[in-house]
Design a protein around this ligand. Structure first.
Ligand code: 7TS
Length: 409
């Protein structure tokens, strides 16, 4: 354990962690679905509404100028956080799903033709499968899927075998939300570019545990949601290389994304506004800026090291529980643990551990093809955030013993 990492101090920043759930202290092991929020984010959002709220980019009055500065200031924080070259490359979206749909709906519609190929991986969330399927249907393009082995690992030669001169875009997750597997995206970007394809990374589970440098990765697009990064829901980000975004048509249209409208012809606003039609999630964007400040004050590397410790500890403990099978054991994996038990369905597991105040996720995790691949009905999943402790892991393991007792009866 890292002695410098003061998890109790961090926990004190998250008001919900002192709530009692079913009469017991909360053990929150579902941060991969959505993370809890620190006081610093909650306060920043209320502060916007209490002292400085107005619509952005429109008004010439004090409050609007103030809100615009904070909203655009948050964009700069995001730029620095992912080391984008230019703040115009940071597009606010509703979330990762919205960001991926933007790439498919704008770049995809513009650049794909019948017979072209899109490569995804077996471990994609539905939000990085279905938009590409719809695009394939519309364009007569073909979806190719990188296989995964029984440990949950991906192999670069399987990827290169799928790459061809017909590949137009590679759209893969950075980290699997079910297996925890980290994909070698920097190498994949290099290989995709060699074939003249672009690469989009679904960074939902990467941004929270890995220091992201989009220039070093040389990815063309990187998408993530604010709510998994300890920020508000309803806000997300699409990073895109400026020259690609500049050449892309608008995705949605309306106010704020125009330069000049006449009934005869309309021209578009400059980046990033071209892709931000309508009144945006103002307080949410500012809240995401506060979340990034908070995360940076602790440090992604320190958070990741803490979570790795929990992952190793919990993996060891869970492996020792009779009848537990772990799903996803690839080397270097991130801090989610999916599992099934001989004695109980994952939904029953989640319901019973919930009775003891322990929140885990169960189901297909919006990754049905992956669940089918492992020939399981669904999976239970514990996922860690910066505020979890070994004690949380012990509470989970103790609850699983209870599951066994109940189903052994
Ligand atoms: N991509 C990945 C890898 C995800 O884990 C998720 C959400 C999404 C995309 C979609 O994000 P959204 O914010 O646009 O909805 N993952 C999960 C999960 O694992 N459990 O609940 C949601």
């Amino acid at each position: 354990m890292n002695m410098m990492y003061d998890v109790e101090k961090i926990r004190a920043d998250f008001p919900i962690l002192s709530e009692e759930i079913r009469g017991q202290s909360l053990v929150f092991l579902d941060s991969a679905a959505s993370a809890q929020k620190p006081r610093q984010v909650i306060d920043r959002v209320s502060d916007v509404y209490e002292t400085s709220y107005a619509n952005v980019h429109r008004g010439l009055h004090y409050l609007s100028e103030h809100a615009t500065a904070a909203y655009e200031g948050a964009r700069e924080k995001i730029r620095a956080f992912i080391n984008a070259d230019d703040v115009r490359e940071v597009i606010y979206t509703k979330g990762a799903t919205d960001a991926i749909n933007l790439v498919a709906g704008s770049w995809g519609r513009q650049n794909l033709q019948a017979g072209d190929e899109i490569i995804i991986s077996y471990a994609e969330h539905h939000s990085n499968i279905v938009p590409w399927q719809l695009l394939c249907e519309e364009k007569g393009a073909v979806l190719k899927v990188i296989p995964v082995d029984d440990e949950g690992a991906f192999h670069l030669d399987d990827f290169t075998a799928l790459l061809s001169e017909r590949t137009k875009i590679v759209a893969v997750t950075h980290v699997s939300n079910v297996l925890g597997t980290v994909l070698p995206i920097k190498e994949m970007a290099r290989l995709a570019h060699q074939q003249g394809a672009v690469i989009m990374i679904d960074g939902c589970q990467g941004i929270t545990h890995i220091t992201i440098d989009v220039q070093d990765l040389d990815c063309d697009f990187y998408a993530f949601s604010g709510h998994k990064l300890y920020g508000p829901s309803g806000i997300g980000v699409l990073y895109g290389k400026a020259h690609l975004l500049e050449a892309m048509p608008p995705y949605q249209s309306g106010g704020d994304m125009i330069e000049r409208v006449t009934f005869a012809k309309t021209t578009w606003a400059e980046l990033p506004h071209k892709f931000e039609a309508g009144t945006p999630p103002i307080a949410q964007a500012i809240g995401l800026g506060a979340a990034i400040d908070y995360v940076r004050s602790i440090g992604i590397a320190a958070i990741a090291a803490h979570e790795q410790d929990l992952l190793n500890y919990t993996t060891q403990k869970l492996s020792a529980v009779d009848g537990v099978r772990l799903i996803g054991t690839a080397a270097g994996k991130g801090s989610v643990i999916s599992f099934v038990m001989d004695c109980a369905h994952p939904h029953d597991i989640a319901t019973i551990v919930d009775q003891t105040g322990v929140a885990i996720r169960a189901g297909h995790h919006c990754a049905q093809p992956l669940i089918d691949r492992f020939e399981i009905p669904s999976a239970a999943r514990a996922s860690f955030g910066m505020y979890n402790t070994r004690d949380d892991a012990d509470r989970l393991v103790a609850s699983l013993e209870k599951v066994k007792e109940i189903f052994a009866r």
